[in-house]
Design a binder for this molecule. Structure first.
Ligand SMILES: C[S@@+](CC[C@H](N)C(=O)[O-])C[C@H]1O[C@@H](n2cnc3c(N)ncnc32)[C@H](O)[C@@H]1O
Ligand SMILES: CC(C)=CCC/C(C)=C/COP(=O)(O)OP(=O)(O)O
Ligand SMILES: [Mg+2]
Length: 291
């Protein structure tokens, strides 16, 4: 056993499959941005994705209000949870006896929501041991650890039995992997008739090539954003047939414009706003049937 195999007291941590995955594991092990932790503290659902929906201006009040910043954080968090609800809406009917897979599960917010909605078992994989421990601790605190489990694992090579999953998803985690490899693995673990859903940012083939804003987002997160065309092609090659393709770009802009006014800005807001506005980048949901 090498030192990288030792992991933590609670879980075996496999060595990263590639040097890139090692970098991504380190990135998320070290991540502790207030924009994520303070939003998660609102109700204990910790997300690493963005928000959708109209701003509830009545609940925000005015910037002069001493409670305004707290209300703004609550509102941004509400929009991020609304995003996860829309993803779960597209999984179709899921029964309590079913199992779901969250590929790139982060701190586990979407997994908790999925279990609370369907009663199903949810298996999450992340490259980060810090995130997996965080997600498992939250599941323990909520008394749902028998149904919601995170593990350190490469989403391209999971330990789950072929055909076990009734549904699976990537919530803003597919820009870290090759899409053909990713959809081959979803296709393997999903049962025939199961549903796959992704919400992702993708570059728009109508624009031509990735814009400078898209390149800036890639550099900021050390990721590799794919085009909308690549998603559809890789799904078609892996027995995943789109059932819905929804452009969420107009629905996510209010979140970004509100976030840009908050004290929790990270510096990436301009790139998202400008690329959504110039049409070079899109926020999309794709739901697909495993056939
Ligand atoms: C932006 S976060 C999204 C987290 C979560 N889906 C959410 O909505 O809160 C990206 C996640 O993808 C995970 N990830 C990236 N590449 C991965 C891989 N090859 N295998 C497993 N997880 C991966 C990271 O560890 C991180 O948890
Ligand atoms: C839509 C795209 C291209 C997403 C890239 C993946 C990513 C880092 C998502 C948000 O994570 P986060 O919640 O940790 O980011 P932030 O700190 O900016 O809120
Ligand atoms: Mg965030």
């Amino acid at each position: 056993m090498t030192s990288t195999d030792l992991g933590t007291a609670s879980a075996f941590v496999p060595a990263p499959a590639t040097a890139y995955q090692g970098d991504i594991a380190r990135y998320w092990n070290n991540e502790a941005r207030p924009v994520n932790l303070r939003l998660g503290d609102v109700d204990g659902l910790y997300h690493h994705h963005y928000g959708i929906g109209e701003i509830d201006t009545a609940s925000l009040g005015t910037p002069e209000d001493s409670e305004y910043e707290k209300k703004l954080i609550t509102e941004l968090h509400r929009l991020e949870s609304a995003q996860a609800e829309v993803l779960l809406d597209h999984l179709g009917p899921i029964a309590p006896g079913d199992t779901l897979m969250d590929a790139g599960c982060g701190r586990g917010g979407s997994m908790v929501m999925a279990h609370q909605r369907f009663g199903a078992k949810v298996e999450g994989v992340t490259l980060s041991s810090t995130q997996a421990e965080f997600g498992n601790r939250r599941a323990q605190e909520l008394g749902i650890a028998d149904h919601v489990r995170s593990r350190v694992c490469n989403m391209l090579d999971t330990p789950f039995e072929t055909g076990r999953m009734s549904g699976s998803w990537n919530n803003e985690s597919s820009m870290y992997v090759d899409l053909h490899d990713l959809f081959a693995e979803h296709s393997r673990v999903l049962k025939v008739g199961g549903r796959y859903v992704t919400i992702t940012g993708c570059w728009n083939p109508r624009y031509g090539q990735p814009s400078k804003w898209v390149s800036q987002i890639n550099a900021h997160f050390e990721c590799n954003i794919h085009s909308r065309r690549e998603y559809l092609r890789a799904m078609a090659d892996n027995r995943l047939v789109p059932q819905a393709v929804i452009d969420l770009t107009p629905d996510t802009l209010p979140y970004w414009e509100l976030r840009a006014t908050s004290s929790l800005v990270t510096g990436i807001e301009e790139a998202f706003i400008e690329s959504y506005k110039d049409g070079s980048f899109q926020y999309v949901l794709i739901a697909a049937d495993r056939v």
